[in-house]
Design a protein around this ligand. Structure first.
Ligand code: UDP
Length: 332
């Protein structure tokens, strides 16, 4: 039996589908602040699925859910840069206190393995590319900091209480069901909504920056392999094996461009060195960038109700970003 926190979210719901398909029983904990029950509609009514609507930081409320559980997949978290700058305490509670609360519940229930969802944003603007797990931690904004602190908690529970922990550092995950809420967020959702509305793609800078876009089914494979492995106290990058420019994404999606200003704190390249996860988990990415983008275009109707961002609305939404992340030496 598995617990998936954040199981009604983008990646969590794909993981739940996979675990059920493999015949496992699954308990989801999700406060539905970003997650949506709709994401689990494919398995609604499955007697092996139980959903508890709760905030993971509410330890008393969630502890009982872990009784008799083998694997804990901790994906519940708040994402995105801008709101984390505006509301750092909210992010600390969800991503740091929430992780401590889930770790304690997992420890009390003596689970066999705890898989933590870490973020490539912990590397900040890395000097080493492809970036290995040994690269220094350099979070540039509160979201990245909160995910890094959550990982440190998980490793500490491993060290102090012998809780078997694996931390997966995810690079730019994309796929169907990626969030489409009101918050300005990941590039795929922004671009697909713009394409549906017949609006230009808002390309940051000159679009030559590259991202290690990793397809969600490959990420789910990594979670399942991590839970089944004997890895213990390991941090493992999860990437696609490549890095792709925003211009190449626009070429695949097809449509006009509106260039918007480059912003501070963003790396020009994210690119995971995945040697360690290949060796430790015998895991390989399977879905190429071209195939992944094809899957996204096939599912584009999902973004019908998504907010359509443009240069002006993005300028307003990212005002605090520029204010807080511009290096002091460059700020006016
Ligand atoms: N990006 C863009 N236009 C947008 C939003 C994002 O060109 O409207 C670019 C952004 O500059 C970055 C890449 O897309 O280089 C990925 O951005 P996202 O926010 O998805 O991920 P992250 O920057 O956190 O890796």
């Amino acid at each position: 039996m598995s617990v998936v926190t954040g199981g009604a979210g983008f990646i969590g719901s794909h993981l739940v589908d996979r675990l059920l398909a493999h015949g496992h029983r699954v308990r989801v904990i999700d406060d539905l602040s970003n997650g949506r029950l709709d994401n689990l509609s494919g398995c609604a009514g499955d007697p092996r699925l139980e959903v508890t609507e709760a905030d993971v930081a509410d330890h008393a409320r969630i502890a009982g859910v872990f009784k008799g559980v083998d694997h804990v997949y901790h994906l519940a978290a708040l994402a995105d840069i801008v709101p984390s700058i505006d509301e750092p305490l909210k992010y600390h509670r969800a991503n740091v206190d929430g992780t401590a609360s889930v770790l304690e519940a997992a420890r009390q229930a003596a689970v066999a393995r705890f898989v933590y969802t870490a973020s490539s944003s912990c590397y900040g603007i890395p000097d080493e590319v492809p970036t290995s797990e040994a690269a220094p931690m350099a979070p540039m904004y509160p979201y990245a900091l909160s995910k890094m602190l959550g990982e440190q908690l998980a490793l500490h529970w491993c060290q102090t209480y012998r809780l078997p922990v694996v931390s997966l550092r995810l690079f730019n995950v994309y796929g169907p069901r990626s969030r489409t809420s009101g918050t300005y967020g990941a590039v795929f959702g922004v671009f697909l909504a713009q394409k549906l509305a017949g609006q230009p793609f808002t390309v940051v800078g000159d679009g030559s920056q590259t991202r290690d876009f990793t397809y969600v089914s490959d990420v789910v494979n990594a979670f399942v392999a991590a839970a089944r492995s004997d890895a213990n106290g390991d941090c493992l990058n999860v990437g696609s094996g490549g890095t792709y420019s925003i211009r190449s994404l626009v070429d695949l999606l097809g449509g006009p461009i509106d260039f918007i200003p480059k912003r501070p704190g963003e790396p020009d390249c994210t690119f995971a060195n995945i040697d360690k996860i290949r060796a430790r988990l015998d895991w390989q990415p399977q879905v190429s960038f071209v195939e992944g983008v094809e899957h996204m275009l096939a599912a584009i109707d999902h973004w019908n109700d998504a907010p359509v961002w443009n240069a002006d609305s993005i300028a307003v939404a990212t005002e605090r970003w520029f204010e807080c992340l511009t290096p002091r030496s460059e700020a006016r």
